[in-house]
Design a protein around this ligand. Structure first.
Ligand code: NAD
Length: 282
C-alpha cells in the first residue's frame, strides 16, 4: 500500500510557521484578488484563499466584477494595485470570460507583485532557469510535498500529464530545473499508458479520471493534481485512488494532497513578495 503524501498535514505545519513570522510584523502583507463573473468554482477558490489569508493575518482584498466587464476596466484596476504600495501581491482568478484577453490582463500585473508567476516576464525567467519573483503556486506546492517526504527528482523520469500554463508546463520546467528527465503528455498524446508506465514520478493535471492501475508501474510516485467528480458526484482526482494506491510507492490523495499545498504556496508567495518589496524600499 502506498504512503500518502499528506498535503493537509504539511499545510498546517508550514502555515503555523508562517503565522508566527506574520505575527511579528507591524505592517501586514496584502494580497489583492480580482474575480470576474459568477463561475461557482472560481468563487469557492477565492473564498478559500481569502479565508486562509485572513487566518494568517494577511490582508485580503477581493475586487469583484460582473461577467460583462470591459477588459480595460480590469487593467485599470490592476494598474492602480501595481502603484499601491500597501498591496504586495496580485492574483487574477482564472478563467476570465471569453471576451477578455487573459494574457493581456495577466501581463498588466507588475512582475514584482505577480504572486502566481503568470506574467511573461516571470514565466520567461522560470524557463531560462533564472529565479522568478516567486514560483507558480501549484507546482511549488507539489515540490514542497515531495521535499517533505524526501523524494528527490534528480535523474528520475517524471511524466507530466497536462500542458496548461498554470500546471503542466511550469511543473515540467521546475522538474527539469531539478535535473529530472521530463516527458510531457497531453490530449494529443498517442498511447498514453505506454508512456505513463515508464514514469518513476507521474504528475497528472487533466481534470478527468484517467489514470488507472494498469497505467502505472510498481513503486511509481503518483501526484494527482486533477479535480473532478466521480460517477456518484463525489470529489475526486485524475487517479483511480483505490487501485493505483496498491501499486504506487507514494500517492497524493484528492482531496487533501495538492489542493492544500496550492493555497499554502499562495500564502508563502504573498509573504515572500512582501519581504522583497520591503527590502527594496529600504
Ligand atoms: P486545463 O484544462 O488547462 O488543462 C488540462 C490538460 O489536460 C490539457 O493540457 C490537455 O491537453 C490535457 N488533457 C486533456 N485530456 C487528456 C487526455 N485524455 N489525455 C492526456 N491529457 C489530456 O487544466 P489545468 O488548469 O491544468 O488543470 C488541470 C486539473 O487540475 C483540473 O482538474 C483543475 O481543476 C486541477 N487543478 C487543481 C489545482 C489544485 O490546487 N489541486 C490547481 C490547478 C488545477
Amino acid at each position: 500500500m502506498a504512503i500518502i503524501l499528506d498535503g493537509k498535514k504539511l499545510r498546517d505545519k508550514l502555515l503555523e510557521e508562517l503565522k508566527l513570522k506574520i505575527d511579528r510584523l507591524s505592517e501586514k502583507p496584502c494580497l489583492a484578488v480580482i474575480l470576474v463573473g459568477d463561475d461557482t468554482p472560481s468563487r469557492i477558490y477565492v473564498n478559500n484563499k481569502k479565508r486562509a489569508a485572513e487566518s494568517l493575518g494577511i490582508v485580503s482584498e477581493v475586487f469583484e466584477y460582473p461577467g460583462n466587464v470591459a477588459e480595460e476596466e480590469i487593467i485599470k484596476k490592476i494598474q492602480e494595485l501595481n502603484a499601491d504600495k500597501s498591496v504586495n501581491a496580485i492574483l487574477v482568478q482564472l478563467p476570465l470570460p471569453e471576451h477578455i484577453n487573459s494574457r493581456r490582463v495577466i501581463n498588466s500585473i507588475s512582475p514584482e507583485k505577480d504572486v502566481d508567476c503568470f506574467t511573461d516576464t516571470n514565466t520567461g525567467k522560470l524557463f531560462a532557469g533564472q529565479p522568478p519573483a516567486v514560483y507558480p503556486c501549484t507546482p511549488k506546492g507539489i515540490l514542497l510535498l515531495l521535499d517533505e517526504y524526501g523524494i528527490d527528482l534528480d535523474g528520475k523520469h517524471v511524466v507530466v500529464v497536462g500542458r496548461s500554463n498554470i500546471v503542466g508546463k511550469p511543473m515540467s520546467m521546475m522538474a527539469l530545473n531539478r535535473n529530472a528527465t521530463v516527458t510531457v503528455c497531453h490530449s494529443h498524446t498517442k498511447n498514453l499508458a505506454k508512456i505513463t508506465k515508464t514514469a518513476e514520478v507521474l504528475i497528472s493535471a487533466v481534470g478527468e479520471v484517467l489514470i488507472k492501475e494498469d497505467m502505472v508501474v510498481k513503486g511509481c510516485i503518483v501526484i494527482d493534481v486533477g479535480i473532478s467528480k466521480n460517477s456518484v458526484g463525489k470529489l475526486c482526482g485524475d487517479v483511480d485512488f483505490n487501485s493505483v494506491s496498491k501499486v504506487a510507492s507514494y500517492i497524493s490523495p484528492v482531496p487533501g494532497g495538492v489542493g492544500p499545498m496550492t493555497i499554502t504556496s499562495l500564502m508563502l508567495n504573498t509573504y515572500d513578495l512582501y519581504c522583497e518589496q520591503k527590502k527594496r524600499s529600504l
